[in-house]
Structure formats: C-alpha cells, structure tokens
Design a protein around this ligand. Structure first.
Ligand code: PEP
Ligand code: MG
Length: 318
C-alpha cells in the first residue's frame, strides 16, 4: 500500500465525491522544501523560520533572512509558500535573546506577543520577506489571540510594503489558541487565511504542557474539545470567505483526516514523510460522509469515542 501511495504521490488529493484538498508540507529549510516537492508536496504550508534564529549567538540580519527565504521560494518554483514569522520563546528559546525567567513560558512572551514587544524583530523579518521574489508568498503570524495583534502587524506590513513599493503579501494567522478559534469570525475580517496549529491548540485546550513528559502523553488532538475549536475556526472563517488549513500534527494522523475534511478544512500541511500517505487517505474519502461523521464526533464523549466512530471508515480504507 505504501508503494501504491508513493506511485500516486504526484497526483492531486481529491475525495471520491470531488473535493480537492491541497496537500503541502511543513518545512524548516530549502533542502526540506526540495524534498517536499520530490515527495509530491504542492507547496509549503508552514515554513518555520526559527531555524534561522536558534543555536547562534546573534540573530540573522535582514539580508541573511531574505536569502534564506529566497532559497526556499526558489526550491518551490511557482508553488505556494507560507512563511510563519518568528515563533520563539516558550519551548523555543534563542540564546541571543535574553528573557526574564518565566513561571509558565507556554503562557508567556512568545510568538506574536514577543514580536510586538520587540517590534524591531518583526520589522526586520517583514522587510526581508518583502524583498523575496516569490510567485505565491503568504505570511502567517503565530500565537495570535485577538484582532488587535493581527491589525498591528498588518499595519506594519502595509507601511513597509508601501516603503518597498510592493503590494503586501496576504497575511494570515495560525489558529493555535482557543481565543483565536472562538473569535475566528472577528479575526476573519482582517486575516487572509487561517492555519490551525493543533499542537499548541491541543495544549491550550486540554491544559497540558506539551513539553512536560508527565502530562504530554495525554495530549490527544482527537478530543472533542479540540474538534469543536477546529469547527469554530472553519465556520468563523467561512463566514467571511476565509479558508482554513491545518499545519499542526493532527494533519498527519490518517484517522484524523476524515474529520478535518468533514469539518471543511481545505489545506493540510504535513511533514514531508507523510505527504504520500495523507494524499492516499484523502482519495479514499467521501466528503459528504466525512461531514456527517465530523458532526457526530463534535458531540462524542471523548477521544476514544471519536476513534470508535472513525474505525469502520479506516477499515474500509485499509
Ligand atoms: C502547532 O502549534 O501546531 C504548530 C504547527 O506550531 P509549532 O509546532 O511550531 O508550535
Ligand atoms: Mg505552535
């Protein structure tokens, strides 16, 4: 089956009843972007820019950031590239950035919060991205909790784009806090797209620290609470014509794919090694049937009951 999946890895992922799901990859370098295309990826749905900033004594300057993102864009050709702005703090500390010790780093100064507290970081990164020549570049902000954060970053992007004499690229957000999921309709008034970060979304919904081995094993993205947050995101986005993708780990769990398709997610961004398998999974599905299944999953009592609902479908796909 693995062989069959690989053989059709370069074909699009379309359900039996004709719903196309865009299958893109999570990348952390130009090499990974090349690997993604070789494995059938249709672009990059999450470029984690932290790779440029960690394990070094000083942050990269604008030119280094530009060149690194240009290399990824070149690897992708005219395929879409979603670049996430810097998401350091919490589980991703940077040696060059002295930060006060935090009692709860996951609830601390990280993602967009850090970038708005140290606007020179965001400004340099946006300037670098505005200098990249790419066919379909989009920018995505991590850890957004409210419209003010998005609007502040958007205003900065528009000013810098104007200075650079370019149109600003579409600006979207990671939906990885319950606050963002529940206010998706408001955020959709300013966001160009949503991408669900299920790793953090699950951590915050289930109040389990993803870095704490004593509790992390219980992080189950199929918990109905997480599914309800995904549902709220898709519906909030759709109310303003904003599409929702998923770039967290749930997108690469085969048994979760029927639920994501059923909830109306239109793009899945997965690790390179999962592209062929997840494309093959999508092709076994009937989107209308997935939609019924997802509605039932939303009110299931727990993650195990959600799995029990999916099991017949998985047996059919096998
Ligand atoms: C996520 O939170 O799901 C995500 C994709 O971001 P990261 O894993 O880099 O925090
Ligand atoms: Mg995250």
């Amino acid at each position: 089956r693995r062989e069959a999946a690989r053989a059709s890895a370069h074909e699009p992922a379309i359900t039996i009843d004709g719903t196309r799901i865009e299958l893109v990859a999570n990348c952390g370098s130009a090499g990974e972007a090349r690997a993604a295309i070789a494995e059938g990826g249709e672009g990059c749905g999450l470029l984690r820019t932290e790779f440029l900033f960690l394990d070094r004594a000083a942050p990269p300057d604008m030119e280094e950031q530009r060149a690194a993102c240009q290399a990824v864009a070149d690897a992708l050709g005219n395929r879409p590239l979603i670049v996430r702005t810097l998401d350091i703090g919490a589980d991703k500390p940077a040696p060059w950035l002295p930060m006060d010790a935090e009692e709860n780093p996951a609830l601390g100064l990280r993602g967009i919060r850090l970038q708005l507290a140290r606007t020179e970081l965001l400004e340099t990164q946006l300037r670098a991205l505005l200098a990249v020549e790419a066919h379909a570049l989009r920018i995505m902000l991590p850890m957004v909790c409210d419209a003010g954060e998005l609007e502040q970053a958007k205003a900065m992007l528009e000013t810098l784009a104007h200075e650079a004499g370019r149109a600003p690229p579409p600006l979207g957000i990671m939906v990885e806090t319950p606050a963002a999921a529940l206010t998706a309709a408001t955020l959709a008034q300013s966001a160009a797209f949503f991408s669900i970060g299920s790793n953090d979304l699950t951590q915050y919904a289930l109040a389990r620290d993803r870095t704490n081995p004593a509790v992390a094993a219980g992080l189950d993205a199929l918990h109905p609470a997480v599914l309800q947050l995904i549902d709220a995101t898709v519906r909030g986005g759709a109310s303003h014509g904003v599409w929702t993708g998923v770039c967290g780990g749930i997108a690469a769990i085969p048994e979760a794919v029927p639920l994501l398709v059923g909830l109306g997610v239109s793009e899945l961004s997965v690790p390179v090694a999962s592209i062929a398998e997840i494309k093959a999974m999508v092709r076994t599905l009937n989107a209308a049937q997935c939609s019924d299944l997802a509605r039932q999953a939303l009110t299931a009592r727990d993650a195990d009951s959600v799995r029990a609902l999916i099991r017949p479908l998985m047996e059919e796909a096998a």
